[in-house]
Design a protein around this ligand. Structure first.
Ligand code: ATP
Ligand code: MG
Length: 527
């Protein structure tokens, strides 16, 4: 049998539908309100940006960047990029049509033109910021040098082959140079917020700058409960300002207030401090950790064994049952923090106490990237199975600078809205389907004009009104009204139009009354 519904949502994506969307809206409205009361303003960055931005901010070596990013097809829409790519095509064409090659001078000239234009475009940031491009250009120049010296030599046997081969090599190296700025769908939004802070010179505003966002994020991971390829985050960032622990504490207070206002049950906040990247602090600890891990290497799984070299902190993330007892014996970062970080952490905890925010300390809560520092936190909630983290956050003082801005302090969080909604629904917070306040049962063309006017008046007053598009028989109209969950049916027939009094039927108790237009509105408004 033919498949009737030909198109379906793509794996890892889904439609959010009523009545669920009402809960999504309520959650988002709560975020607008709560964050607003803490002085945050909303930012709406684009959903795709330079791939580079995410690679740099999230980290080349993370799963997010190395395998989960949706990179968009490259586009030649910049004039300089177009010209460069045209120039390269010309060179490629000259190289293959080796019959009438002698114009090698022309070839050399064009290669020179390409490399000059490319360098200029790179300085202006028009082309992809390829770090190895310089080396590739050197290879190209070497090949050119080689060609020129070949031209000066006497043509020995196989000269022609050598010549052709060098031309091909030159083209190959040219082809390795990436021209297009590739774009990617955002896997998270912190990078975009920091990019915007720099781009719009927000360091000139009163500091710190407090921003929040909400919207879709994209990661190509294995779809499962609480894990989608298009998912939604609500997040906030505080950029700039002083080194005060109160900033960390207030951000966390705001977050917990938000969860509370959403009615989230069983939310648990875990916090930790991961110090800062210095020998007398986190680096010293990581060295010690690696040393201890090497001693127990044989007892660890393959992933953890690899991480001893690549990123020992991430071993602490392990969920493997048999590794837990081993991890419990490892050195803890709290014992290796420098004095400043220790003082900062103690002050954050004290400040959270002052604000009545309950937390648990979890020494295994870490982040793998260098610019993350000091406070890290996570919130788990109920009803989510193994994907039970609804929010992750932390301090990242080096990030704005890493993206080319001035040294700027930063801290933020990202809430997984899909998981938050799921947990609310599991906790019985689902909203019922929205019914109608008034269903207008109109009969006859005379009544239709009045029905339109009545619908407008009632809607202006904020009532949910259903005005059927076609005339329905009385019985059918009442049946439809109750199926839609209407509270009242407003009956408009010839009698009502002539008499100037409308009939209002309460569908819960079948009571009926006649009211003038004005009296009807007053009656409904009083309910
Ligand atoms: P996890 O460990 O669950 O993969 P993460 O460390 O990748 O989370 P973050 O990048 O810190 O998550 O994002 C913050 C929050 O976004 C997470 O706590 C989670 O609630 C949510 N989240 C992350 N990835 C997904 C996804 N693929 N689908 C739904 N929600 C997600
Ligand atoms: Mg993840």
């Amino acid at each position: 049998m033919a498949n009737k519904s030909k198109f379906q949502t793509i794996r890892g994506t889904r439609d959010l539908l009523p009545p669920d969307t009402a809960l999504w809206n309520r959650v988002e409205q709560t975020a607008h309100e709560v964050f607003g009361t803490f002085g945050f303003g909303e930012i709406r960055p684009p959903i795709f940006e330079a791939t580079d931005l995410f690679a740099r901010a999230v980290g080349d070596e993370t799963d997010i960047v190395s395998k989960e990013m949706f990179i968009l097809a490259e586009q030649h829409d910049d004039r300089t990029v177009l010209e460069l790519s045209h120039l390269r095509d010309t060179l490629r064409f000259m190289a293959v049509s080796s019959d009438h090659k002698p114009s090698i001078d022309f070839f050399v000239e064009k290669v020179g033109e390409f490399s000059d234009q490319y360098e200029a475009a790179r300085k202006k940031g028009i082309v992809y910021a390829d770090e190895r491009a310089g080396i590739k250009l050197e290879y190209v120049k070497d090949s050119i040098g080689h060609l020129e010296s070949l031209l000066k030599e006497d043509r020995f046997e196989g000269w022609r082959d050598r010549f052709d081969q060098t031309v091909r090599l030159c083209i190959q190296y040219l082809d390795l140079i990436i021209l297009e700025q590739s774009n990617a769908l955002r896997p998270e939004a912190t990078a975009s917020v920091c990019r915007a802070y720099i781009e719009h010179n927000m360091q000139q505003l009163p500091q710190p700058v407090k921003l929040y966002y909400m919207g879709a994020m994209f990661r190509r991971e294995r779809p499962q409960k609480g894990r989608h390829r298009q998912f939604y985050q609500i997040g906030a960032e505080i950029l700039g300002g002083p080194d005060a622990p109160a900033i960390d504490a207030e951000l966390i207070e705001m977050l917990m207030t938000f969860f509370d206002k959403c009615g989230l049950q069983g939310a648990e906040l875990s916090i930790n401090s991961i110090g800062h990247a210095a020998d007398n602090c986190r680096r010293g600890y990581v060295a010690k950790l690696r040393e201890e891990l090497l001693k127990v290497k044989d007892k660890l799984g393959a992933d953890s064994q690899r991480r001893i070299e690549t990123n020992p902190l991430r071993v602490l993330d392990s969920k493997l049952e048999h590794e837990q007892a081993i991890i419990a014996t490892l050195p803890r970062i709290a014992d290796h923090l420098c004095d400043d970080c220790k003082t900062h952490y103690a002050a954050v905890k004290r400040d959270l106490d002052l604000r009545g925010v309950k937390y648990r300390e979890n020494w295994r809560l870490v982040r793998g990237l260098d610019y993350y520092m000091r406070t890290t936190f996570e919130i788990t909630a109920q009803g989510l199975g193994s994907q039970n983290a609804v929010c992750g956050g932390g301090r990242y003082d080096g990030l704005v600078e890493l993206l080319g801005g001035p040294p700027t302090k930063g801290i933020g969080f990202a809430i997984g809205e899909d998981r938050l909604i799921l947990s609310l629904q599991e906790g019985g917070q689902a909203l019922a389907a929205q019914g109608r306040d008034v269903f207008i049962a109109w009969m006859g063309q005379n009544a239709y004009a009045t029905a339109i006017r009545a619908a407008k008046t009632l809607r202006d007053a904020g009532f949910r009104v259903e005005l059927p598009a076609t005339e329905l028989k009385f019985g059918k109209a009442l049946e439809r009204a109750s199926k839609l969950g209407s509270r009242f049916a407003l009956i408009l027939g010839d009698n009502e139009i002539q008499g100037g009094e409308w009939t209002l039927k309460n569908l819960a108790n079948a009571e009926q009354q006649k009211l003038t237009e004005q009296a009807l509105l007053e009656y409904l408004l009083k309910l």
